[in-house]
Write a protein that binds this ligand. Sequence first.
Ligand SMILES: *[C@@H]1O[C@H](CO)[C@@H](O)[C@H](O)[C@H]1NC(C)=O
Ligand SMILES: *[C@@H]1O[C@H](CO)[C@@H](O)[C@H](O)[C@H]1NC(C)=O
Ligand SMILES: *[C@@H]1O[C@H](CO)[C@@H](O)[C@H](O)[C@H]1NC(C)=O
Length: 780
Amino acid sequence: MARPSRAAALALAVALACLVAAAAAAPARAAASRAGARLSGSKLGIGEPPVARRKPHRMKTNGETRVDDYYWLRDDSRGDAEVLEYLEAENKYAAAAMEDTKELQERLFGEMKGRIKESDVSVPSKYNGYWYYARTVEGSQYEVHCRRAAGPAASATGADMEYPDVTKGAAEGEEVILDENRRREEIGAKFFAVDAVEVSPDQKLLAWAEDTVGGEKYTVHVKELATGRAVSEPIPETSGSVVWANDNATLFYVVKDKLDRPYKVMRHKIGTPVADDVAVFEEPDEAFYVAIGKDFSEKLLYIQSGSSLTSEILYLGADDPSGEWKVVLPRSKNVDYSVAYHPGPEGGEPWFMILLRDERRPNSEALVAPVSDPSRQTVLLPHRADVQLDGVGVSSKYVIANERANATVRVVYHELAPGGPMPTAPLGAGTVIGFDEAVYDLSGGITGEFESEVLRLYYNSMTTPTSIIDHHIGSGRRAVRKTISVLGGFSKDDYASERVWATSPDGTRVPISLVYRKDLFKQDGTAKMLLYGYGSYGSSMDPTFDSKRLSLLDRGWVYGIAHIRGGGDLGRLWYEDGKFLKKRHTFEDFVAAAELLVQANYTSPEGLAIEGRSAGGMLIGAVLNMRPDLFNSAIAGVPFVDCLTTMLDPSIPLTITEYEEWGNPELPEYYEYMKSYSPVDNVKPQRYPHMLVTAGLHDPRVGYWEPAKWVAKLRSLKTDDSVLLLKTELGAGHFSVTGRFDRLKERAAELAFILKAAGQMDAAPLAGSGAAASPAAAAA
Ligand SMILES: *[C@@H]1O[C@H](CO)[C@@H](O)[C@H](O)[C@H]1NC(C)=O
Ligand SMILES: *[C@@H]1O[C@H](CO)[C@@H](O)[C@H](O)[C@H]1NC(C)=O
Ligand SMILES: *[C@@H]1O[C@H](CO)[C@@H](O)[C@H](O)[C@H]1NC(C)=O
């Protein structure tokens, strides 16, 4: 039930990327760069860059007038001929500038593809008598959703660890419930993204939500699985979530308003016209976004309405879909909560676990309260100043907490009293699951049904591909269900990961996670590095594995993540110390990280590339204005760079809800402060590094015109001849292309750009990068 934000597609990218592996051969000193062959705009021989026409547009705020010469690039219809012409001219220019990297892009794409096990299958999860999982098939871009019948339900003896082998291809008994590849072909969609894929509780109907434009407005379809017959008219303009009630005939969905805000929950009954659907909840406050969900117990349905700082939850018995929704805790400014339900012992009282954050408990506290009176609360897991509760789940027998302390995560489980009565005192310390690596990522929760005792853990690090481990708490049995394969000769022992700390100007210590290839990295300032940052919305950028990144590491590059303020990497206060009138901390932390990495000889300004997406693109824009001398090149993906002008315009999606994120610049204090960092407003006549900027024409989160205006202004003011490219995906939105191979191609183009900017067009990777590896080597 996440609120949309200008968030990077990280999780998705990681999930798609994870498949890998590799191997070994004659090292062709990857790091050996063609010194002096740095790229230069004027020497590209590709003609002059496009020049956007200037049409001064005056904007008066708080008694001050700003002039925006490129305001005209904003076209809500996305059909204006002059705008499209400019974007196409930029695309052409970018293609010409990258023409000589075609071969390199092909090579990088081959390496990345060579690491992926193309035919693969996810770890099955149990639901009402079936195992559900998804396949990817060789040569196909999208997932195939499947299921097969499961044996009897969970049991305390560990029988729920019994588990089908679905790795052997489409074996007998497998039923394809939705083949995204075939669906996309059938409807002839160029862009294709699926959100919800939800089976009715009786396992007979399938509802799914698809977007064929990239604008994140999903159409819901429902079919009968036995026949494939559509049992509902398509339901357009939804947020992409669907929830089934337990009558197997009612489903709930959320519709979006004209500003793309999910604001209204509708109830649909299979077999009745969509026109007769009933609105069960409508959120009038434009700062609040609405989401729906179903409790893990399957007993309750939820509606969550939340702004950045405040949330409220309503619930309804899942057996009673036309019943009345009730509020758990009435909304209260700057109180944010989520809930989980436990039916309690047979004949006993059901209770809620409430995970609540407010000003007094910034790192969240877990409470319990009877469903009959959620205000009668008992503390379950007390607030701690140095430990944040990222998430807490409840199952029949356990409470599972995902915790974060000192930029490291862990999973802790606690046992409930037999029968599951509501706890009457705080739980003890619980059992902690952690790993030995210096830097890693971990999450976990009970998998399958409410009675299940299987804790499913997802573990990975910058050197270790994701392992999915099932831990049967009752019996202590453990099984590694899957370790994402990395083909092409990958061996985790070839890489090292470490954490270093920079010091920001105000004295705050900022962690940085690093990974590099042991035999190629020398800490003498000669290494090239790609440094990534985000730093907004309290989102944590945890140190995860990415097989695409190996193409850089195998060329001697270091990859780093700066865990800067504004993100949630060190808990809630880390976030609050990098927002509103402290937003500049985000940028100062990133600059401090870059300076430390240079001082400590991990890299040099000539070798340093930086990258951020979305709100992380604002970070890139801001630090480029502040310290252009510190970086050689930058990738800014769908960057939120025109933040002041956008936040002054409530007709743009996200503006109103994000007054709680950046502040409302109608107020003079915020106006002045945001003006001091807004990237478009601070472009100066100075030298800038090489830059690759991307946009999505249908992006509802960051209007394509933000990057377009930024690039147009940079072109008119910058004093260097470094390369500046704008690539607008004309058939996609915020998350760009969706096919897994198209994503690899896109990444290959980005890496080709920074390699070219670093004078490493010809650098061959150290063996083990996949493209050349034989199947035999991969199997070894
Ligand atoms: C819906 O399906 C569930 C699971 O099979 C079943 O328990 C329930 O009785 C069904 N409800 C109705 C109204 O058919
Ligand atoms: C956080 O971890 C670092 C090592 O990565 C250590 O030096 C520091 O003392 C830790 N801080 C706390 C509060 O535990
Ligand atoms: C960085 O490396 C150079 C040699 O390239 C060396 O002279 C210098 O002392 C090193 N600095 C640090 C902080 O290690």
